[in-house]
Design a binder for this molecule. Structure first.
Ligand code: FO1
Length: 314
């Protein structure tokens, strides 16, 4: 079965997730739907900022800053400098070009558009062929309980550099949040679901938690493949390994597989972690061993192709 004939759904959070989504988009083009996390969204100076949706968007059009993985390449920071002149705390680095996205998003939301429509407009204007959908149009926010008390996600992640010790994570607003009709349709039409190598606790779980998407996906009875964001016991990027440790688990690909056990049918394990294959297979999951480190655009495409090939989609 060819990738171009089948609907592929990818769940993606931050930088690692966006890279694999980019690889998948190369092969699947318009047949790919990416469902993005909105629980690390924030409002600054009246602007609605959606870091994970923007990271996917910028990565797919080659606009992402290659050094950070987020923000726009070669952006300037004149607006932020002026805000600092006014005495504002500029802890969250908003580039000038990036801010155009937040201005337009906020303007359209205030005109009454849903975040789904706004995201479609922005991504189509940038030339993205895949469909990028926020998992919900409702407000959901990741709140972390730490040894320094409760912090909203971006304060913990950016302002406090993930230094406070994590005790638990919850998603404010999750009880009332609903999946969009677009997400429900994408799930119903999906013939393969890929959980990208994003942080399980703060990127993927807030997607899976909306209207119990996790149970809905499982009920679809289609292959669900997860790619580990942990290689050799360390996160490729970000605080995932630290979070596993602080939540009382040894960070490993096996721990990631455990996290998704009962949901996934397949797991993509990095060749450096091949010794964990048997333990993961014992969870009742098919294991694909390959090089999962995505350093170049070519790596993203190769990894995406291998996943699609293993699941007989190319
Ligand atoms: N991450 C940082 O570590 N420092 C920043 O100042 C920062 C600014 C920023 C602006 C726009 C954007 O889309 C992302 C930004 N990020 C920044 C990354 C963001 O915090 C993370 O990518 C995610 O929220 C984690 O998935």
């Amino acid at each position: 079965m060819h990738a171009e004939n089948r609907r592929i759904v990818a769940l993606a959070g931050g930088v690692g997730g966006a890279k694999l989504a980019d690889g998948l988009a190369h092969h699947c083009r318009t047949n790919l739907t990416i469902i993005g996390n909105v629980a690390d969204d924030l409002e600054l100076w009246g602007l609605r900022i959606c870091p994970d949706l923007d990271t996917v968007m910028y990565t797919l059009v080659g606009l992402a800053n290659p050094k950070t993985g987020w923000g726009v390449q070669d952006d300037s920071f004149a607006m932020l400098d002026m805000l600092a002149t006014y005495g504002e705390n500029i802890w969250f680095k908003l580039g000038d070009k990036d801010t155009a996205t937040h201005i337009l998003r906020t303007y359209w939301l205030r005109q009454g558009m849903r975040l789904t429509e706004v995201t479609q407009r922005l991504s189509r204007a940038l030339g993205i062929e895949a469909t990028l959908l926020p998992v919900t149009d409702d407000d959901v926010r990741t709140i972390v309980q730490t040894d320094e008390g409760e912090l909203d996600f971006q304060t913990y992640f950016v302002a406090r550099k993930c230094e406070p010790v994590l005790e638990s994570v919850h998603f404010r607003g999750i009880e009332r949040a609903t999946l969009t009709p677009e997400v429900k349709a994408a799930i119903e039409e999906a013939s393969l679901v890929v959980i990208c190598p994003s942080n399980p606790f703060v990127s993927i779980d807030p997607i899976l938690a909306v209207e119990n998407l996790r149970a809905r996906l499982w009920a679809q009875a289609v292959p669900i493949v997860a790619v580990s964001p942990i290689i050799g016991g360390e996160a490729v990027k970000g605080p995932a390994a630290k979070m596993f440790r602080e939540l009382g688990q040894t960070p490993s690909a096996l721990a990631v597989a455990h996290h998704y056990a009962g949901l996934i049918s397949h797991f993509v394990l990095d060749e450096r972690d091949a010794d964990q294959r048997d333990a993961i297979e014992a969870l009742g999951v098919h294991v694909v061993v390959t090089d999962t480190l995505m350093q170049t655009a070519e790596d993203r495409r190769r990894l995406a192709q291998e996943i699609l090939e293993h699941l007989e989609y190319v």
